[in-house]
Design a protein around this ligand. Structure first.
Ligand code: NDP
Ligand code: 8X3
Length: 258
């Protein structure tokens, strides 16, 4: 088993959902958590809770991963004792809208591509060289079942997540010969703030996504992240697809009457 004790784990999108759940699952393992998102107040509350409960060393940083100079500044100005990042969980991401491609809002496209794709790339470019130099590291990229096949109204989000999968494959190939591992996670329907964000705060529409289904929780996904991170050094889990039992694909969901 790979121990996470005293490992520095950077989690993007730690203010909510899957990223927050990863922090909660990794804290009792003795990891040191570098928590990143735009909503600093949430990160600070989470850090205070984890430090009180598990004595977890936490460092919080407000960062919009879309802004390359800010990513550079944040990561290059870390205190020395936080600079040697062992695990990078590229989780920050979002979907905006569920509109037909030829009718969709271009601003929504920009936000998804800039966050899901370019943000992930900026973090990776900044963190992975140190992992290679130190001869240890693990990158976990949050893709989605949306990256396995398109669904109506989701083409740009799906394309961004397909890109995450392919980028992860490429990174794995580029890192061959180093001990750095790359894991892609492709979860299905997971109840977080994801649908509220997708529908620009329309709670009724967001709730309908999970109607009649028991979705995954952020903790379900985080437990899989933990499993991947703690395999022995010679075991690299390349990709995991996980869905609620009531889901067979992005478009095939068995709903019980409510
Ligand atoms: P949430 O909306 O609950 O969490 C998204 C997180 O991403 C938040 O912490 C948010 O923080 C952060 N984030 C968004 N934009 C930025 C940005 N520009 N800079 C920094 N942080 C940002 O959704 P989930 O937890 O569900 O989503 C996490 C990941 O999982 C995403 O990549 C999503 O695509 C993926 N996913 C989700 C599934 C689902 O069904 N929920 C299924 C498959 C994959 P803040 O707003 O504070 O910046
Ligand atoms: C989120 C899952 O199917 O709503 O990535 O796109 S889905």
């Amino acid at each position: 088993m790979t121990s996470l004790a005293n490992q520095i784990v950077l989690i993007t999108g730690a203010s909510s959902g899957i990223g927050e759940a990863c922090a909660r699952v990794l804290a009792p393992m003795g990891a040191k958590l570098l928590l990143i998102a735009r909503r600093l107040n949430r990160l600070e509350a989470l850090a205070a809770e984890l430090t009180a409960q598990h004595q977890t060393p936490c460092l919080t940083r407000a960062l919009d991963v879309r802004h390359r100079p800010a990513v550079l500044e944040t990561l290059s100005s870390l205190p020395d004792e936080w600079a040697a990042i062992d695990v990078l969980i590229n989780n920050a991401g979002l979907s905006r809208g569920l509109d037909r491609l030829h009718e969709a809002d271009v601003e929504d496209w920009e936000e998804m591509i800039d966050t899901n794709l370019k943000g992930l790339l900026y973090l990776t470019r900044q963190v992975v060289p140190g992992m290679v130099a130190r001869g240890r590291g693990h990158v976990v990229n949050m893709a989605s079942i949306a990256g396995l096949a398109a669904y109506p109204g989701g083409s740009v989000y799906c394309a961004s997540k397909a890109a995450v999968r392919i980028l992860s494959d490429g990174l794995r190939q580029d890192l061959l010969g180093t001990p750095v591992r790359v894991t892609t996670l492709s979860p299905g329907m997971t109840e977080t703030e994801f649908s509220q964000v997708r529908f620009h705060g329309d709670h009724t529409r967001a709730a309908q996504v999970y109607q009649g289904v028991i979705p995954l929780t952020g903790m379900d996904v985080a437990e899989v992240v933990l499993f991947c991170l703690t395999r022995p050094a010679h075991v690299a889990i390349s990709e995991v697809v996980l869905m609620p039992t009531a889901q067979a694909s992005a478009t095939l969901v068995q709903r019980s009457p409510t």
